[in-house]
Write a protein that binds this ligand. Structure first.
Ligand code: F3S
Length: 286
């Protein structure tokens, strides 16, 4: 078996900075032991983590349920929320722990300032995504959202309007650049803030580099996670011997005695303990 196996774990595997920080903040509240504790929406798209927190008494609520809450702590997740939600929670005297990712918080500040200075806000992103809903909640009702060229073309704007463009943090950079260029040609007075977060891109880049240099590659994450699937596709192009697994048990390499090096990466919602378990036991599998 592979005692001499070289194992390389991607530094960017798993939770990004903002999600890790948010999950830690929930566990910190659990440790303080002051109940009840709520998270506004699931803290992360990982059922196992949400279930574990549930077993420790953390309840997931929707914004519609806020009026029914009169005590305890509400934790705002990394996606962030609009100003109204903070106001509502404050009015009800609820203790708020704000785990909004600082990168998202920065967008809120920009949007609020620029909107106050008279610019209409245009968000490049998915209008139904909670992060975008949150960003919208820091500007007035004239705010527009688009993710395609057709949507941008359908905007009815006055020629002399002043605009401010921001992006959903996980939006594809190339697409953003393309849309900004198209929009800039329309002749408005535009300020553009590239608010795309590099975490996803860095994770993909590192996975690609590792996959290109190993005999086998392991990608850990849920089958339903689109960012994990993307990681798998990127790795597979560099290393045909790429395994997509959810947990250690799924790893069943067959007769691969020639494997001398293995790389490991994981999707954005894969907890550290699962990555560590695979890392510690991978030598028994090859
Ligand atoms: Fe994560 Fe914050 Fe970037 S939540 S993807 S580090 S914007």
């Amino acid at each position: 078996m592979g005692n001499n196996l070289e194992v390389i774990v991607a530094k960017t595997a798993g939770f990004c900075f903002g999600v890790e920080r948010a999950v830690n903040q929930v566990y910190e509240q659990v440790e303080k032991g002051i109940k009840p504790i709520y998270t506004l929406g699931p803290i992360i798209h990982n059922e196992e983590v949400v279930r574990d927190l549930g077993s420790k008494g953390v309840k997931v609520i929707t914004p519609e349920q806020i009026p029914d809450i009169h005590e305890g702590t509400v934790i705002i997740r990394s996606h962030g929320v609009g100003r109204q939600i903070y106001e509502q929670l404050n009015r009800q005297g609820i203790h708020v722990v704000d785990a909004t990712c600082p990168f998202v918080k920065k967008i809120h500040r920009i949007v609020e300032e620029q909107n106050r200075a008279g610019r209409r806000i245009i968000i490049i992103g998915d209008s139904a995504h909670p992060e975008v809903e949150g960003i919208r909640g820091w500007a007035d009702s004239g705010t527009l959202t688009a993710k395609t060229e057709e949507e941008i073309d359908s905007f009815v704007l006055k020629k002399d309007e002043k605009l401010c463009l921001v992006a959903q943090t996980t939006f594809n950079y190339k697409k953003f650049k393309y849309l900004v260029e198209k929009f800039s040609k329309k002749g408005y007075d535009i300020i553009v803030f590239n608010s795309i977060c590099s975490a996803t891109e860095e994770r993909q880049k590192e996975a690609e580099d590792i996959a290109a240099h190993v005999d086998a590659m392991i990608v850990i994450g849920s089958r339903t996670s689109s960012n994990t699937r993307k990681l798998y596709e990127i790795c597979k192009l560099q290393c045909s011997n790429t395994h997509f697994i959810q947990t250690l048990d799924d790893l069943q390499p067959e007769g691969e005695n020639s494997v001398q090096s293995v790389g490991i990466t994981a999707g954005a919602s894969t907890p550290k303990n699962i990555i560590e378990e695979v890392q510690s036991n991978v030598r028994t599998k090859f």
